[in-house]
Design a protein around this ligand. Structure first.
Ligand code: ASP
Length: 440
């Protein structure tokens, strides 16, 4: 039995957090592979080391002085080292990095990855685990995709030599050893990849909340915690903006059916949320209500559209040529609504509309601006058949205008397009009606 335990930035914000991590690791000898993010925020006034490193890089590039910024970064690492009485020569490591920055020989990926690298060096000594650089294990092809074969074989090399290893998250390397940084929050992905190649029994993801909440606590007062969720439910929620795990952290473990457990470093006794292939039914069978703002919908109208072969294909091709990502397509008898991220479409919107109109010989083309998407993820247990009726009933009674609705077939996910100004109220009303069974 082996567990991979990944700790996020808030679990590593200062000495006190390091001590909590140590207690967690020592409480279970099967926690043999540890992944860490970079030092994070311990209080509102703190900064995440990763944010500071990005800013440092921008200063360096634009020739702006960064002496103070560097001092802040260095001091965070030095404080943890000194307070924990560690031997690692942090001054030297920082000095070497500072020289590299001054010579401007560092890439952004390399510089930013030093946050996890240095944090991992401190933590490995503190835990008595062997430090293994992610650049030696997490291998990418030149196409930017993870190379599982190379990663698995590299992993085995180290695993055979060392029983307990600690790997920095958030980056890997191309075959030529150049560092490749992942997208923000990527240490979750490192943990998932390692859980997969280690054939772990469990992937523990340690953070600062006791599991997934049914809705955003900034919108809902003390929302319920979800004890069990399926990979698919989680995927849907992460995609729609629920800030749980990095979206790309699910597939690597889902494919080999390794469960993920979200746990709270500050309350390790809390059960957290267990994510696996199937999940138990619950009283209300709702796994989450989440959403994102910042969309527009283009509603293409044409009589008899449904009988025109290749209509949608041609519409999509035009959008593809503008390199715009299509978020959803909702089609009707003689119209289709294509939902696009506003940010991506802003510059080319009028040109795109002109092309759609001319090429597809549309009768009408309407734009719905400032749309927010809200998703209700339900658990497909027979008793949930009324979900869409309930959802629309709740919003109708609240006087919220739902411009677009889409319901998936396999899972009971309902996606709603509402006005941006109705976003918070939509989530509040749905939570009150579906979870609490009453009025908001
Ligand atoms: N430290 C990186 C970030 O802040 C990666 C991570 O935390 O997973 O995005």
């Amino acid at each position: 039995m082996v567990k991979v335990a990944k700790f996020g930035g808030s679990s590593l914000a200062n000495t006190r957090q390091f001590q909590k991590v140590k207690a967690i690791i020592e409480a279970d000898s099967t926690r043999q592979i540890v992944v860490v993010s970079a030092l994070g925020k311990s209080q509102v006034t703190d900064d995440k080391i990763t944010d500071l490193l990005y800013i440092l890089y921008a200063h360096m590039k634009h020739g702006v002085s960064y002496a103070d910024l560097w001092q802040t970064i260095a001091a965070r690492f030095m404080t943890v080292k000194t307070e924990l009485g560690l031997q690692f020569p942090m001054e030297e490591a920082l000095g070497k990095l500072y020289q590299e920055i001054q010579k401007e020989t560092v890439s952004e990926d390399y510089l930013v990855s030093r946050g996890e690298y240095l944090t991992a060096l401190l933590m490995s000594e503190y835990l008595g685990f062997t430090f293994v650089d992610a650049k030696e294990i997490i291998r990418y092809g030149y196409d930017g995709k993870i190379d599982y074969l190379a990663t698995a074989s590299q992993f085995q090399v180290y695993r055979k030599k060392y029983a307990k290893i600690l790997v920095p998250g958030f980056y890997g390397a191309y075959p030529n050893q150049q560092i490749k940084l992942m997208s923000r929050g990527g240490s979750d992905v490192t943990g998932a990849i390692l859980a997969r190649v280690a054939q772990a029994t469990l992937y523990e993801n340690w953070t600062d909340v006791s599991g997934i909440l049914l809705a955003d606590p900034r919108l809902i007062d003390r929302p319920e915690r979800v004890s069990f969720a399926t990979y698919q439910e989680l995927q849907e929620l992460s995609f729609m903006g629920a800030n749980v795990l990095h979206e790309e952290a699910i597939l690597p473990v889902q494919e080999v059916k390794i469960p993920i457990q979200i746990k709270n470093t500050n309350c390790p006794q809390d059960p957290g949320t267990l994510i696996s292939e199937t999940a138990q039914t619950t009283r209300h069978n709702i796994t989450g209500i989440a959403g994102k703002k910042g969309y527009i919908a283009l509603v293409l109208g044409k009589r008899q559209m449904i009988s025109e072969i290749g209509f949608l294909y041609r519409a999509m091709e035009i959008i593809k040529n503008h390199e715009i990502f299509i978020e959803y397509i909702l089609s009707g008898y003689d119209n289709v609504a294509i939902i696009l991220p506003k940010k991506e479409v802003e510059l080319s919107l009028y040109q795109l509309m002109a092309e759609l109109k001319a090429t597809l010989h549309l009768d009408s083309l309407e734009i719905l601006e400032d749309i927010a998407l809200v998703v209700v993820v339900g658990r497909s247990a027979g008793k949930n058949v009324n979900l869409s009726a309930n959802v629309l009933g709740i919003l109708g009674a609240a006087g919220i205008d739902v411009g677009l609705v889409s319901q998936s077939t396999a899972e009971l996910n309902i996606v709603l397009g509402v006005k941006r100004s109705d976003f918070a109220q939509t989530i509040q009303k749905l939570y009150a009606g579906l979870v609490k069974g009453g009025d908001a």
